[in-house]
Design a protein around this ligand. Structure first.
Ligand SMILES: NC(=O)C1=CN([C@@H]2O[C@H](COP(=O)(O)OP(=O)(O)OC[C@H]3O[C@@H](n4cnc5c(N)ncnc54)[C@H](OP(=O)(O)O)[C@@H]3O)[C@@H](O)[C@H]2O)C=CC1
Ligand SMILES: N[C@@H](CC=O)C(=O)O
Length: 430
């Protein structure tokens, strides 16, 4: 039976995502009410610039005082789509203290302060949902937290940043320059307010921390995630990747060690074979592989950024939280129950593609191969191309630890025949 008193929603932020949340709440009001069992009412919208025209939003609902809005005491659900750490963090905690549950899309905040926010929610017996924080529209948090709760996830490998996938795809497929592609991604609403978070891998690292924590039922902090951005990927790297039958993607990789005692989480550009399903993920789409004991390989794929796709995930959470409120329950809280060690990057084992600029003279190849052998890094293939006394040497290794590879590169740089290390790229997904 439909309850007539509406559930009241406070929307914090009305930008790329918030404006779509408000639009769908208005245009799909009847459907939402039917699914929840009660109507939902937009009770207030907090923004920075109140005078901006906001299509479809009653100006009387707009306020710059987000704190007063969450303190009203009659708000059922606060939807936080402001972004950043403060004031979002304080507003969410204040919302719990004043009786509201919270839906957020804020991966930066959840990766940094997820444990404290979950504790605040639990203390007040309220919900904290954030499906939109990882991979936009793709249902990923709930499948990991609920559908796979009875399985043992061993690996999560994916493209979780739409902006960088859009840029890398453009560079690869059209030869577009980095800045041109970034400007287009920003105009399309994919990039963060400061796109450094996207291109330097911070956004993907935040998502990796959230995913690893939920997938492995442990706590992974943002600082635990190894991170490299994609700003140094060049057209030459794409050419090398093509020669290997690969392309380049910014990947988030979270792994559980075979002994089950530790996990790793990392974000970096990597070559992946063109035959791998992640190689064909285009534009701002995201895709995430989940490997677990019983299910085997699962792949989640869809739009990972943009207003409407992200709003879809926010609205899904809103429906779930509203249903919980009506039935007087809360959903699953933080999944952490084991404090697994998060291993440093040096212990990660993978393959590497290394381009060296070397002198084109006899003995160089042997000298370089000796350095690899001395550091216990086995070579898979070597290709040398020389011209006018200089040469480029491309070495692809077998699997080796990051520590061993770093030691090798350090020693290579000391050889007088090695002019420079042009690039080092990990090779994944084989
Ligand atoms: N864009 C995307 O594709 C995705 C975004 N997200 C996340 O969603 C969140 C929102 O992103 P997005 O919509 O792109 O961001 P925008 O920058 O487009 O929107 C931010 C909104 O917050 C408002 N705001 C900022 N500071 C304050 C404040 N102090 N008080 C009140 N309102 C404030 C802004 O007001 P005003 O309009 O006046 O400037 C604006 O409406 C972020 O956490 C982001 O990481 C998650 C997945 C995808
Ligand atoms: N800036 C992010 C938005 C979604 O999380 C991205 O590009 O993926």
């Amino acid at each position: 039976m439909m309850r007539t008193r509406p559930l009241k929603v406070a929307l914090l932020g009305c930008g790329v995502v918030g404006s779509e949340v408000a639009r769908i709440m208005t245009t799909h009001a009847d459907d939402l009410a039917a699914r929840i069992g009660a109507p939902v009412e937009l009770a207030g919208v907090a923004v920075r610039r109140p005078d901006r025209v906001r299509e479809g939003i009653d100006p009387a609902l707009v306020t710059t005082d987000a704190t007063a809005l969450v303190k009203r005491g009659d708000i059922d659900v606060v939807v936080e789509v402001i972004g950043g750490i403060e004031p979002a963090r304080t507003l969410i905690i204040t919302a719990f203290e004043h009786g509201a549950s919270v839906v957020s899309a804020n991966k930066a905040l959840l990766a940094q302060d997820g444990a404290a926010l979950h504790a605040a929610a639990e203390e007040q017996d309220k919900d904290l949902y954030y499906e939109a924080a990882v991979a936009g529209a793709i249902p990923l948090i709930r499948p990991l937290r609920e559908s796979l709760a009875g399985d043992k996830v061993n690996r999560v490998l994916g493209i979780v940043n739409g902006t960088t996938n859009f840029i890398l795809d453009k560079m690869d497929s059209t030869g577009a320059g980095y800045q041109e592609a970034l400007d287009e991604a920003t105009a399309l609403g994919y990039a963060e307010a400061d796109p450094t978070a996207d291109v330097e891998g911070f956004d993907a690292a935040a998502k990796a921390a959230i995913l690893a924590g939920i997938a492995f039922h442990t706590r992974v902090r943002l600082d635990d995630v190894y991170r490299e951005g994609m700003t140094e990927v060049t057209a030459a790297d794409f050419a090398s990747a093509k020669e290997m039958g690969c392309t380049i993607k910014l990947l988030a990789i979270c792994e559980r060690a075979a002994d089950g005692e530790s996990v790793t989480a990392r974000v970096h550009p990597a070559m992946i074979p063109l035959t791998h399903p992640l190689a064909s993920v285009r534009g701002a789409y995201n895709a995430v592989f989940v490997e677990s004991d019983a299910s085997g390989q699962l792949m989640f794929y869809g739009p990972g950024a943009g207003g409407a796709p992200t709003a879809s995930a926010v609205l899904g959470d809103l429906v779930a939280v509203c249903r919980n409120r009506l039935s007087g329950t809360t959903g699953p809280g933080e999944s952490a129950y084991a404090a697994l060690r998060v291993s440093p990057m040096g212990e990660v084992v993978t393959r590497y593609h290394i381009s060296l600029d070397v002198a084109d003279k006899p003995g160089v190849l042997a000298q370089v191969a000796t350095v690899f052998a001395e550091h216990g890094v086995s070579i898979d293939t070597v290709r040398q191309q020389g011209k006018d006394g200089e040469a480029s040497l491309v070495v692809v290794t077998h699997r080796a630890s990051d520590a061993a590879l770093n030691g090798t590169v350090e020693a290579l740089r000391k050889l007088d025949t090695v002019r420079g290390v042009a690039s080092i790229m990990r090779v994944e997904g084989e």
